[in-house]
Design a protein. Sequence first.
Length: 332
Amino acid sequence: MFAAYFDRPGGPENLYMKEVMKPNPGEGEVLVKVSASALNRADLLQRRGKYPPPKGASDILGLEAAGSVAGLGPGCSGHWRIGDAVMALLPGGGQAQFVTVPEGLLMPIPKDMTFIQAAAIPEAWLTAFQLLHFVGKVQEGERVLIHAGASGVGMAAIQLVRLAKAIPIVTAGTQEKLEATAKAGAAAGFNYKNEDFSEKVLEFTQGSGVDIILDCVGASYWEKNLNCLSTDGRWIIYGLLSGGEVHGDLLARLISKRASIHTSLLRSRDKEASSGYQQAFTQEVLPHFSGGASPRLQPLVDSVYPLHAIADAHRAMEENRNIGKIVIEIPV
């Protein structure tokens, strides 16, 4: 089979489509013929040699996949049948023609949804769902500040905050991205490049601040985050785009607000925990992607690249050009 591959860490130019061994499903695993995958920041980090896959995971890039069931390993429960349209969040291996997945980690693709659309769901939506409900325990009426609001996770989080009857506020780096987040349901949005988002958030919330912050940026935002975090607020860090080294009196500021810091890394979760998130997501959120649901949820696909142009997809993400998900189409 063909897969996205690189022989040594480095830039996008090291990526190419390589013929590798097709995997065989083990005990309780399902073989999925992949039609589409999607690109994530973790893929960029792994390509640079800074984010190795978890122990036992495939070293092929790709944290999510959408396709059809092509085979069943021994011990499968019979829940899935050959030809079923499925999608999954993966520890790796999604950007290939086939991938094996524990049967409990598969989710059905909603009716009337294409594989391209479905590939934009697993990583972004499960990450946002887990951060909001399992980590942040969002409540109706709470205000949630979402950094990188036009990213895949950001656009999913906006809609999930609305679904929870809470109030999404975002930051983004261009007017175009802010307009996209407003269309997705953001109550307010601020350009972090030319305005102090913490002052704008306090102004919008009439001085009370936000109850939850979803932060994938890290170090460079810590002071502004604490400025606009409410008393007893929850600051959830799930990425470190600006690094993790903090200079300043973070702990005193945190204590003064009785605030808490939570961290999360969905890729390294064990299978049992991941299965729990996905079961809850399948029951509570997935029905809202189908026609006639209210409110209706919509994955946002920014662009589609064929697998042989994987390097171009990486460049697009590195340049922050995308609004929503970059999807990789896998050749038949």
